[in-house]
Design a protein around this ligand. Structure first.
Ligand code: SF4
Length: 444
C-alpha cells in the first residue's frame, strides 16, 4: 500500500479537482493519508488568486523537499493547480525537488504522469487545451470528501477577463462539461448517500453557450437533475450578474429541489470602478438584476463578493460599495483586499495602487458592514419554521449540537442529543446571531 497526501488550497473548484485526482490515485494502489510524514506521494494543489496562497504552496513543497534531501529520498512531490498552470517549468527552478508539475487543463493525465515519474523522469504537463474532452472524466471514480454535499463542476474556465483576475489565464477559456457526464456524477453521488448537489463553475449561468451540437443551458440541466428520484437539494455557484436570465430565475423558482440561493459577485458598488474592472454591468444594472431575483423568488438569499482597494479606487467610490451592500440588502459577502496578480491588466497600474494601510482599513470597514447586514438578514427568520439539512453533529460546552443549512443557505444550530447528520428536519428559529441561527426541532 502506498500513501498520498494532498494539500488543497483555494476555491471549491480546486477541492473538486483534488477529489478527482484522489479517485484516480486509488485506482493505482494509493490510499489517502492526512499525515504528510506518512505519504509516499505528496501533492500541493495550488491557488493563484492571492500572493499569500502561492507563497504557502512553495513553503509546503519546500518542507517536503527538505525531507526528501535529508531522510525520505523515495518520496515523490507534485505541484498542481493554478500556480502550476501559470508558471509551468519555472516551478522546477524554484523547487528542484518537485517531480511533476500538473496544470489545471489536464488533470486526467495524472496516471500517465505517475508512470513517467516512477521511471525517473521529471514531468511538466501544463498544455492549454481548451477542449471539452479534457474535462471529461475517464471512468475513474471520484473520491468525494465525506459529508452531505457533493460538488460537481459543470464548466471550466472563463471568458470574461476581469482586469484583476487570473482565472482566464490559469483555467483557460470557458468549456462546459457534457450534461450526460454531470447527470451520471449526480446519480452516483446520490446513490452514495449525498443529499445535496452543488453545481460549480466560474460562470454557471453561461453553461452550454459553447455547445456546438445542442441547445442546452443551465435551466435544462437543472430540470434534468430535478427529475432524479429521491429527496435532495440542488444549488449552483457562481452567477455572473448579466448572465442570469429570466428563464433561469423562473426555472429555479419552479423546481422543488433547486434552493432559494444565488451567489452574484458585484465586486464594487461604483460604476466607474466596475468599468475599470471590465465587469459588464454598472450599479444600476446590478440593482435591476437583484431586484428581479428578489421579487421572483420569496426568501431568496443573495450573497456577493467585493474587492477593497482596487487600483485607483477613491474614498467616495469605496463608500459606494458600502452603500450598495445596504441598498441591495446583500445577505452575506466575501471580501478581499486587492492583490495584484502577474499577467492581469490591473497589476500593471502600479501608479494607481492604493496604499496597503488604506486598503486594509477599507477591508475592515467592509467586514464590519457585512457583519451588520448578516445579523439583519438573519433576524428576518426569527420564529419562522424552516427545513434544515443537517451537516454535522458535535459537542460544544457540554451541549450536543446538530448544525445544518436551510434551503436559503442559512446555518442553523439545533441542540439535540441524537446525531441527525444527513437528515432533513423541521426547525423553529428561536434566535438570530451574526453568522448563524439557533433553532429547536419541530419534528424528525
Ligand atoms: S468572471 Fe471575472 S472574476 Fe470571475 S472568473 Fe471570470 S475573470 Fe475572474
Amino acid at each position: 500500500m502506498k500513501y498520498v497526501y494532498i494539500d488543497t488550497m483555494g476555491c471549491q473548484m480546486n477541492k473538486s479537482d483534488t477529489e478527482r485526482m484522489l479517485g484516480m490515485l486509488l485506482n493505482f494502489g494509493y490510499e489517502e493519508t492526512k499525515s504528510p510524514q506518512k505519504a509516499d506521494l505528496l501533492i500541493v494543489n495550488t491557488c493563484s488568486i492571492r500572493q499569500l496562497s502561492e507563497d504557502k504552496a512553495f513553503s509546503a513543497v519546500g518542507t517536503w523537499g527538505k525531507w526528501k534531501k535529508e531522510y525520505k529520498k523515495n518520496i515523490k512531490i507534485g505541484f498542481c493547480g493554478c500556480v502550476a498552470q501559470q508558471k509551468a517549468e519555472e516551478i522546477f527552478k524554484r523547487a528542484p525537488y518537485v517531480d511533476f508539475v500538473l496544470g489545471t487543463h489536464k488533470i486526467y493525465s495524472l496516471p500517465e504522469i505517475l508512470e513517467r515519474i516512477n521511471n525517473g523522469e521529471k514531468v511538466c504537463e501544463c498544455t492549454e487545451t481548451n477542449k471539452t474532452e479534457d474535462i471529461t472524466a475517464k471512468n475513474y471514480k471520484i473520491n468525494r470528501v465525506k459529508g452531505v454535499n457533493a460538488w460537481i463542476p459543470i464548466s471550466e474556465g472563463c471568458n470574461n477577463f476581469c482586469t484583476y483576475c487570473i482565472v482566464p489565464y490559469t483555467r483557460g477559456r470557458e468549456r462546459s462539461r457534457l450534461p450526460e457526464i454531470i447527470i451520471h456524477e449526480a446519480k452516483e453521488a446520490l446513490s452514495s448517500g449525498y443529499k445535496e448537489i452543488t453545481l460549480l463553475g466560474q460562470n454557471v449561468d453561461s453553461y452550454g453557450k459553447d455547445f456546438k451540437d445542442r441547445n442546452y443551458r443551465l435551466a435544462d440541466l437543472l430540470k434534468e437533475l430535478n427529475g432524479l428520484s429521491g429527496k435532495f437539494r440542488i444549488r449552483f455557484v457562481t452567477s455572473y450578474p448579466t448572465d442570469i436570465t429570466d428563464d433561469l430565475i423562473k426555472t429555479a423558482l419552479e423546481l422543488d429541489k433547486v434552493c432559494e440561493y444565488f451567489h452574484i459577485p458585484m465586486q464594487s458598488g461604483n460604476s466607474e470602478v466596475l468599468k475599470a474592472m471590465n465587469r459588464r454591468y454598472d450599479r444600476e444594472t446590478y440593482s435591476k438584476i437583484i431586484n428581479k431575483v428578489r421579487s421572483m423568488i420569496p426568501d431568496v438569499t443573495i450573497t456577493s463578493d467585493f474587492i477593497a482597494g482596487f487600483p485607483g479606487e477613491t474614498e467616495e467610490q469605496f463608500v459606494d460599495t458600502l452603500t450598495a451592500i445596504d441598498e441591495f440588502e446583500l445577505d452575506y459577502c466575501n471580501v478581499a483586499a486587492y492583490s495584484p496578480r502577474e499577467k492581469t491588466v490591473a497589476a500593471k497600474w502600479t501608479d494607481k495602487f492604493v496604499p496597503e494601510n488604506i486598503k486594509n482599513e477599507r477591508f475592515q470597514r467592509l467586514n464590519k458592514k457585512i457583519q451588520e447586514n448578516c445579523l439583519k438578514s438573519n433576524k428576518k427568520y426569527l420564529n419562522r419554521e424552516m427545513e434544515v439539512l443537517i451537516e454535522s453533529f458535535y459537542e460544544h460546552k457540554g451541549k450536543k449540537i446538530n448544525s445544518g443549512k436551510t434551503r436559503n443557505f442559512k446555518t442553523v444550530h439545533i441542540p439535540c442529543h441524537e446525531d441527525l447528520t444527513g437528515k432533513f428536519v423541521n426547525v423553529k428559529i428561536t434566535d438570530a446571531k451574526t453568522w448563524y441561527l439557533k433553532g429547536e426541532l419541530k419534528e424528525k
